[in-house]
Design a binder for this molecule. Structure first.
Ligand code: NAG
Ligand code: NAG
Ligand code: NAG
Ligand code: NAG
Ligand code: NAG
Ligand code: NAG
Ligand code: NAG
Length: 699
C-alpha cells in the first residue's frame, strides 16, 4: 500500500560494484574506522538495551570473526542464557532480530515495534546457525536522503541504523554532510560564498543536486545547516562502524559551481544539454567538469582527501557520472576515459578504493547505453559488474534495497530482508500468518486472512510499475485521468472489513501497529473509492448536468474530509510531523521560512513551477484537506462555471489557475499542522467502512 512504486525501483536499480585488485588496509586506517570484535559486540549489547532494556542482560552477545568464512549468526544456549553470536556486529544484530522474531514472536518496523516478551526468554535447545547468501546487503537510494531523511535528527537516525543492523544490512549509503566538504574544497579554489550559494540546492533537494540534475533551487545552505549535518554524519558513521558496517561514502563526479570557468577559463567543462524534469536556468544545466580534464583528478582527489580527513573512510565510494543525464558523447572511448578518470581520482588518494555506481542509467537511458557503451564504461576499471548469482561465471557479490522513500509497506521490506539468508522461496501462507502474529502480537485469524487478500491484490504488482504512486486521489484534477489499479478493489474492501471486524479483540484494540495498519487500509479503501467516483464527474460534465455534478462533487469533497480524519488519527500520516521536523532544524526566522518552503514544495509542486508536480505526493492528514481537496474543489467550481457560461474546459488554463489559486498558495503557506494524532482510528474506520463499503460494489 502507499507508495508502491518503490517496488519498481527494486527491479531496476542494479548496483554495479567495481573492485580494486587487492584489498589491504594500513594499521592507521584500520584504527580509525575498524572496530574490534569486542567493540562490535558491545554495540549490539547497547542496541539490546535500547530495544528491550528489562531483558537485555539475559541475552549474551558474542562477535567472532571466525564463526564462519561468510556472514553468519548463531543462536544457542549457554549457562542457561541465550547466546547470540555473529561474525560481525551487524550479523549478531540480525541474530538478535531473528531470535526476537522466531523465538519470542516480536516485530520491529518503521511503523512501530511489537516487543512483548515471554516472562522467561525461550532457550534454544538446538543451536541454530544461519549463513547469509552474499557478502553484501546494500541499502538506500541516492534519493532517500531527500525524500525521507532530510529533516532527521540523531534520534531517528539511531533507530534507522538499528533497523539496518537488525536486518543484516552491511553496505548503507552515508551521504549526509558532503556539502560541507564541497564547500571547503570550492573555497580553497577561491570561489566566493555567493558562487557556492547559487550551486547547492535547499536541504529537501540535495539528492538531485548531488546527481547534477539541478542547482540552487530553494538554497542556499547556511553555516548552521553544514554544522548540524557534519555533527550528525560523525554520529552516523561512528554507529555504522560500531556495528561493523561499511558505509558507502560520496565521491566527486564532476559537477562544479556555475562560476567555474571564471576561475578556470581553460577548463574543459560541459553541461548536460537536456533539461532535467523541465527545470529551467538558473536551476538547470549544471556545469560538469569533463572527467578527461586533469583538473577533474585534482578536485576529485582534493574532495576525497578533505572528506577522509573529516570522516575517515571504509574505502567504498559512490559516484554516478551520468545519472538521468545522457553523456555528451556516446563514443565508447570517451565513456571509457570518463570512468577511468573517476576511478583514478579515487585510487590516487585511497589505493584501496572501491567504486560503486548505480545501474539505473543503463535502464533509464538505455538508447544511449548500448552494450558497447556499457562495456566500455564498466570495463575501464578492474573487475566488472555482476549479472546475477545464478548466471554462469557470476561475479554477483550482494543484494540490496534501494527505495527512493521509506516508511511504507513494512511487510515488503521484512520479507525482502529475509531473502538475504533464505535459501529458497518462502511458504507465503505460513509466512503471512507468522508475520501477522508477530506484528499484531496476537493470533488473529481475521487479520491473517486480511493479509492473504492484500497479498493476492494490492501486493501482487507483477507489472513494472509505471505510475509512481499517482492515484487519481492525489493528482492534479483533469477530465482525462485513468485509474491505475492492477487488482480487484473488492479484495481490499474485504480486507478492510476483516480489519474492522478484528477490532473487538482487546489485544488489537491496544496495538499501535494494528491501528496503524487499520488507518493504512482505510486510506487504501478511500483511494479506491475516489477511483470509482471520478468517472461520474467526467460524465456529469459531458452531459453538462450541474445538479449531478454538484452531487458527486460534494461526495468527493466529503471523502477528502473523511480521509483527512482517519489519517489524522495516526502519527505516521501527519503533514505536521514533516513540517515540524523541518522547523526544528532552523535557527533563524529566515531559515524557518526556507525549510518550511522546502518541506512543502518537495511533496507538492516539486520545483518552482510544478516541474515534477506530485511526484513525491503523500497521503497525509493536512495535505489531503489543504492541498488535494482544495484542488478538486477549485476544479468543480471551474467545471460548473464552464457549464453555466457554456464554455469548454481548458486544461492548460486550469493548470495555470490551480497553480496560482491552490498549489503555490499552499507552498507559501505557514499555517500550523499538528504533529500529534487526534481521534480514535477504530471508531473512525468503522464509521467510514459503513459509509463506503457500498461504493465499491456499484463500480
Ligand atoms: C587562490 O588565491 C590565492 C591567493 O590569491 C592563491 O595563492 C591561490 O593559488 C589560489 N588558488 C587557486 C586554486 O586558484
Ligand atoms: C574537451 O573534451 C572533449 C570531450 O571529451 C574533447 O573532445 C575535447 O578535445 C576536449 N578539449 C580539450 C581542450 O581538452
Ligand atoms: C543544445 O542542444 C540544442 C538543441 O539540440 C542546440 O541548439 C544547442 O546548440 C546545444 N547547446 C550546447 C551547448 O551544446
Ligand atoms: C498475481 O498476479 C499474477 C498475474 O496477474 C497471477 O498470475 C498470480 O497468480 C497472482 N498471484 C497471487 C499470489 O495472487
Ligand atoms: C464483519 O462484521 C459485520 C457486522 O457485524 C458482518 O456483517 C460482516 O459479515 C463481517 N465480515 C466479516 C468478513 O467477518
Ligand atoms: C441531470 O440529471 C438528472 C439525473 O439523471 C436528471 O433528472 C436531470 O433532468 C438532468 N438535468 C439536466 C439539466 O439535464
Ligand atoms: C514540534 O517538535 C518539537 C520538537 O520535537 C516538539 O517539542 C513540539 O511539540 C512539536 N510541535 C508540535 C506543534 O507538535
Amino acid at each position: 500500500m502507499g507508495n508502491l512504486w518503490n517496488l519498481a525501483k527494486f527491479l531496476f536499480l542494479v548496483i554495479a560494484i567495481v573492485l580494486p585488485t587487492t584489498v589491504r588496509s594500513t594499521d592507521a586506517e584500520r584504527r580509525s574506522v575498524h572496530r574490534s570484535a569486542r567493540e562490535e559486540a558491545e554495540a549490539v549489547r547497547q542496541l539490546l538495551h535500547r530495544l528491550i532494556p528489562e531483558k537485555a542482560d539475559e541475552i549474551l552477545i558474542d562477535v567472532d570473526y571466525n564463526l564462519d568464512n561468510r556472514d553468519a549468526f548463531q543462536i544457542s544456549t549457554e549457562n542457561d542464557k541465550v547466546l547470540i553470536s555473529g561474525t560481525r556486529g551487524y550479523t549478531a544484530a540480525a541474530g538478535v532480530y531473528h531470535y526476537l522474531k522466531e523465538y519470542c514472536g516480536c516485530h520491529i518496523s518503521w511503523s512501530g515495534n511489537q516487543l512483548r516478551l515471554p516472562t522467561d526468554l525461550p532457550k534454544p535447545i538446538q543451536t541454530l546457525k544461519i549463513t547469509f547468501n552474499d557478502k553484501y546487503r546494500y541499502y538506500q537510494n541516492v534519493c532517500t536522503s531527500s525524500y525521507s531523511y532530510v529533516w532527521w535528527t540523531w534520534d531517528r537516525w539511531e533507530k534507522e541504523i538499528d533497523w539496518m543492523a537488525l536486518n543484516g544490512i552491511n553496505l548503507p549509503l552515508a551521504f549526509t554532510a558532503q556539502e560541507a566538504i564541497y564547500y571547503k574544497v570550492f573555497k580553497e579554489m577561491n570561489f566566493t560564498d555567493h558562487d557556492i550559494e547559487v550551486f547547492f540546492t535547499g536541504p529537501a533537494f540535495l539528492a538531485w543536486n548531488r546527481m547534477g540534475n539541478m542547482q540552487a533551487w530553494v538554497g542556499p545552505l547556511s553555516e548552521n545547516w553544514h554544522r548540524n549535518q557534519v555533527e550528525l554524519q560523525h554520529k552516523i558513521l561512528k554507529r555504522m562502524r560500531d556495528f561493523g558496517m561499511t558505509p558507502v561514502l560520496p565521491a566527486f563526479s564532476g559537477r562544479v559551481v556555475p562560476a567555474f570557468k571564471r576561475n578556470f577559463p581553460n577548463a574543459n567543462t560541459t553541461y548536460m544539454n537536456k533539461t532535467w524534469a523541465h527545470f529551467q536556468p538558473p536551476f538547470a544545466f549544471v556545469t560538469f567538469l569533463q572527467p578527461t580534464d586533469s583538473l577533474f583528478q585534482e578536485i576529485g582527489a582534493n574532495f576525497l582527501r578533505t572528506y577522509i580527513s573529516e570522516f575517515g573512510t571504509n574505502h567504498v565510494y559512490s559516484a554516478d557520472l551520468f545519472n538521468e543525464m545522457p553523456p555528451p558523447s556516446s563514443d565508447p572511448n570517451y565513456l571509457q576515459s570518463c570512468s577511468k578518470s573517476l576511478y583514478k581520482s579515487l585510487t590516487t588518494v585511497d589505493p584501496e578504493a572501491v567504486w560503486i555506481t548505480q545501474g539505473w542509467m543503463f535502464y533509464s537511458d538505455s538508447d544511449i547505453w548500448q552494450p558497447a557503451q556499457a562495456r566500455a564504461f564498466l570495463r575501464a576499471v578492474p573487475l566488472g559488474p555482476f549479472e546475477g548469482r545464478n548466471y554462469e561465471g557470476s561475479t554477483m557479490i550482494g543484494t540490496g534495497l534501494t527505495p527512493e522513500g521509506i516508511e511504507t509497506n513494512d511487510i515488503v521490506y521484512e520479507l525482502m530482508n529475509e531473502m538475504a539468508w533464505r535459501k529458497g522461496p518462502v511458504d507465503f501462507h505460513e509466512w503471512l500468518e507468522d508475520f501477522a502474529r508477530r506484528r499484531y502480537g496476537t493470533d488473529s485469524a481475521k487479520l491473517q486472512l486480511a493479509l492473504m487478500y492484500l497479498k493476492r491484490s494490492v501486493y501482487n504488482a507483477t507489472d513494472p510499475y509505471p505510475n509512481h504512486g499517482k492515484y487519481i486521489l492525489i493528482r492534479r484534477p483533469s477530465l482525462k485521468l485513468t485509474p491505475y489499479v492492477w487488482y480487484s478493489p473488492n479484495d481490499v474492501f474485504v480486507a478492510w472489513d476483516l480489519f474492522v471486524n478484528a477490532s473487538d479483540d482487546p489485544i488489537l484494540s491496544q496495538s499501535p501497529l494494528y491501528k496503524h495498519d487499520l488507518v493504512d487500509i482505510t486510506r487504501q479503501g478511500l483511494q479506491l473509492t475516489m477511483d470509482a467516483m471520478y468517472p461520474k464527474v467526467v460524465q456529469a460534465f459531458r452531459r453538462r448536468n450541474v445538479t449531478v455534478l454538484r452531487e458527486i462533487s460534494s461526495s468527493i469533497l466529503e471523502l477528502y474530509d473523511d480521509l483527512d480524519e482517519i489519517l489524522a488519527s495516526d502519527e505516521h500520516f501527519l503533514l505536521g510531523r514533516w513540517i515540524n521536523a523541518s522547523l526544528n532544524l532552523a535557527r533563524t526566522p529566515l531559515e524557518r521560512r526556507q525549510y518550511e518552503y522546502n518541506a512543502r514544495n518537495q511533496i507538492t509542486l516539486w520545483g518552482p513551477a510544478g516541474e515534477l508536480v506530485d511526484y513525491a505526493n503523500k497521503q497525509w492528514a493536512g495535505l489531503i484537506s489543504n492541498y488535494y481537496k482544495k484542488r478538486w474543489q477549485f476544479f468543480f467550481e471551474t467545471l460548473e462555471n464552464c457549464i453555466v457560461n457554456r464554455r469548454p474546459f481548458k486544461q492548460a488554463d486550469f493548470n495555470k489557475a490551480v497553480y496560482t489559486e491552490v498549489e503555490y498558495k499552499f507552498d507559501m503557506g505557514q499555517e500550523f499542522y499538528s504533529s500529534e494524532p487526534t481521534g480514535n482510528p477504530i471508531e473512525i474506520s468503522k464509521r467510514l467502512f459503513e459509509k463506503y463499503k457500498q461504493t465499491d460494489s456499484e463500480s
